[in-house]
Design a protein. Structure first.
Ligand SMILES: Cc1cc2nc3c(=O)[nH]c(=O)nc-3n(C[C@H](O)[C@H](O)[C@H](O)COP(=O)(O)OP(=O)(O)OC[C@H]3O[C@@H](n4cnc5c(N)ncnc54)[C@H](O)[C@@H]3O)c2cc1C
Length: 375
């Protein structure tokens, strides 16, 4: 989000410097794990559909004619019990936003893909979906930002923001104080540390585990033909990718939101990065129940962090103590696909004071309301 915002600000005439604690691709934040789903059938809210469409256009522009180098179209398969609000939200988004889709019976879906879907469940296949190659996307954003004139400094950690002074000042780990006219905080899971106060109250950091299995050789061709998929099950929302999506690391799957299991808040500086057998049990069970062809030894695993807002909508707003500071956060496990558009909305908020028609949904006030008890 930081690179995309820097690019958008620089093209609006600002001179931008990005201060990055690590590098533009690493495993200590929220973008690790090689791939991210991009889909138009947006059960989180139909107003996101327009933003996804804009983001798809931006990723294609960033590909510069090298089709598929950043974004691979596969379509998206979703299934679940007919009364699941998430599945119904996806189907509703397809209908209300004219997204090409098919509603299938479990039997018809099982003829096309190696999935097991209980009879009585609903299945939706939507066309305008696929996955993004994370490192390639971030390389492209970095390249475009640098070509536009953005200066990127790696290995620089901002320790503190000094607000309410004549200039915004950033205290770095080195002890240096940097002054600037305005600052944008896109620190992912570390935002709470930089912006205590209201953002600390509004954000919660969650640990998520990713895994890649090594399916048996005879199933790999079928698994390669899978679209990206999402399953709304009583155990939670699981999702995954075709086999060998980037390189040939295996079959990637994860659980977005576990149902009925503890989901404690974590400290990003003390994150348990080790993957334990218990972390993998829900994935193993999911494969046995719904994607048996994908079963096999785990080839790789990883840990990543969500920065969740109360409503799981994004939070892009001014800092309450200093309007020259804008904070873009709360991407709640579904922000990556939007990065170029988030950059534009955030840059507009800095440059013009308005971030777009979604600004109300992405405001602090909206999120604070979610925390108030219903009357
Ligand atoms: C397991 C998992 C699966 C996901 N799947 C999807 C998906 O399929 N589709 C989708 O659209 N989204 C998905 N997401 C969400 C998406 O990846 C995130 O919303 C997105 O990466 C957030 O970007 P960010 O820039 O806010 O955070 P990050 O990518 O973490 O970047 C924040 C940057 O700030 C730097 N930083 C932090 N603090 C400081 C400091 N004090 N000084 C200097 N630099 C600092 C960090 O080093 C980091 O590089 C997923 C997330 C996870 C964890």
């Amino acid at each position: 989000m930081g690179l995309a915002t820097a690019l958008a600000l620089q093209t609006r005439g600002f001179q931008v410097t990005v201060l990055e604690r690590y590098h533009h691709v690493h495993t200590y934040g929220s973008h690790s794990g090689h791939t991210r789903v991009i889909r138009q059938a947006y059960h989180e809210g139909a107003f996101y559909v327009e933003l996804v469409r804009r983001a798809q256009a931006r990723w294609r522009e960033l590909e510069g004619g090298n089709l598929g180098s950043l974004m691979v179209e596969t379509g998206m398969l979703e299934f679940g019990p007919p009364d699941d609000p998430g599945l119904q939200g996806s189907i509703e988004a397809c209908r209300s936003c004219n997204i090409d889709h098919e509603l299938l019976t479990p039997a018809a879906a099982q003829k096309r893909w190696p999935v097991h879907i209980p009879s009585g469940w609903q299945v939706c296949f939507s066309q305008q979906a696929g996955y993004l190659k994370v490192a390639a996307c971030l390389d492209a954003l970095r390249g475009a930002a640098e070509r536009a004139g953005v200066v990127i400094e790696y290995g620089v950690r901002v320790r503190e923001l000094a607000l309410g002074q004549p200039a915004v000042r950033l205290l770095l780990d080195s002890g240096e104080l940097r002054a600037c006219d305005s600052a944008v905080v896109c620190a992912g899971a570390y935002t709470k540390k930089l912006c205590p106060g209201v953002f600390n109250t509004l954000l919660s950091i969650r640990r998520r585990v990713l895994a890649w299995t090594t399916p048996q050789a005879q199933h790999r061709d079928d698994l390669r033909k899978l679209p990206v998929w999402g399953a709304f099950t009583p155990e939670g929302f699981f999702y995954g990718f075709p086999y060998g999506e980037v390189g040939n690391t295996g079959l990637k799957l994860a659980c977005h939101v576990p149902a009925g299991a503890p989901d404690p808040e974590v400290d990003p500086d003390r994150l348990d990065r080790e993957v334990h057998p218990d972390d993998l049990t829900p994935l193993t069970r999911f494969l046995a129940n719904h994607l048996p062809a994908g079963q096999g030894p785990f080839a790789a695993t990883g840990v990543c962090m969500y920065t969740c807002s109360p409503s799981e909508d994004f939070l892009i707003d001014r800092h309450p103590n200093d309007p020259r500071v804008v904070v873009a956060t709360g991407f709640s496990g579904h922000g990556f696909k939007f990065a170029p558009v988030i950059g534009e909305l955030t840059a507009d908020l800095v440059a013009r004071g308005v971030g777009g028609p979604q600004q109300t949904a992405f405001s602090r006030v909206h999120q604070l309301r979610q925390l108030q008890p219903a009357t």
